[in-house]
Ligand binder design. Structure first.
Ligand SMILES: *Cc1c(COP(=O)(O)O)cnc(C)c1O
Length: 240
């Protein structure tokens, strides 16, 4: 297949999938008793060609999420205006490459990384919105804070200069939807507990969880950012 027809095909896939994803989010929001307008559909665009990403933005996607610094930078110059989140594991030595180029880093998984973000943002005279990633399934293969580490991490990172903690993010273990829902509910409980503390209540407003297989369940459990890739763009050609 030529590159052009590949892009056309991916655009057709997106056009077919997008309304269905939006309506599924709407139904889940209704079930949860929330306003669908309060849920952000973040398009997870790893491996998706920039032409297709731009088509999604022109179609109504307002927030995109990228996983890899190098891939993001290669798309950066051509991307249409939209809100950009970094959602992948970020190495401290790459922080400087994306400061000023992303609106939020959702995947802050260590105090060391937060420190580096704070340092680089201070140098650049910027402030970065971040989410703290929680390893809710306690998986060794995944990064993120264990829930018992969260209160201290939150306090430490919130005290850093040029960084603003806006909420929590999680990727629960892959599995049956009922098990996944339990993790989503546990995340929601952590989120609510944090928001009950007046010192965090103003800034901590985002709960980012739910992907293609489970975004409706996530919304039902209180997510207000869902990160959806495959269900919008179809199967990824390359493994990331
Ligand atoms: C790829 C990715 C997603 C989207 O995954 P899909 O299953 O394709 O919807 C969401 N969040 C993160 C952190 C990702 O890396």
């Amino acid at each position: 297949m030529t590159e052009k027809s590949l892009i056309e095909e991916k655009i057709a896939v997106f056009d077919e999938n997008y309304p269905a994803v939006v309506s599924e989010i709407g139904a889940a929001a209704e079930k949860a008793g929330t306003d669908a307008g309060k849920i952000t559909l973040l398009a997870a665009t790893k491996t998706v060609p920039v032409e297709v990403v731009n088509h999604a933005v022109e179609s109504g996607i307002t927030v995109i999420g990228e996983n890899r610094v190098q891939e993001y930078l290669s798309k950066y110059g051509e991307l249409l205006p939209c809100t950009r989140h970094f959602i992948g594991h970020l190495q401290t030595n790459k922080v400087k490459d994306i400061v000023g180029k992303v609106d939020m880093i959702e995947s802050v998984d260590s105090v060391r990384l937060a420190n580096e973000i704070s340092r680089e943002c201070k140098k650049a005279d910027k402030t970065m919105d971040v989410l703290l990633e929680v390893n809710i399934g306690r998986e060794e293969s995944k990064s993120g804070f264990y829930k018992e580490e969260l209160p201290r991490a939150l306090e430490t990172v919130s005290g850093m200069e040029n960084i603003r903690v806006r909420g929590l993010m999680a990727i629960p273990p892959a599995g049956e939807i009922e098990a996944t829902k339990k993790f989503f509910c546990e995340m929601n409980q952590l989120f609510v507990e944090i928001r009950e503390q007046s010192r965090y209540n103003r800034d901590v407003v985002y709960l980012s969880m739910g992907m293609s297989a489970d975004f409706a369940a996530a919304v039902e459990c209180g997510a207000n950012i869902v990160r959806v890739g495959t269900a919008l763009f179809g199967k990824r050609n390359t493994v990331v």
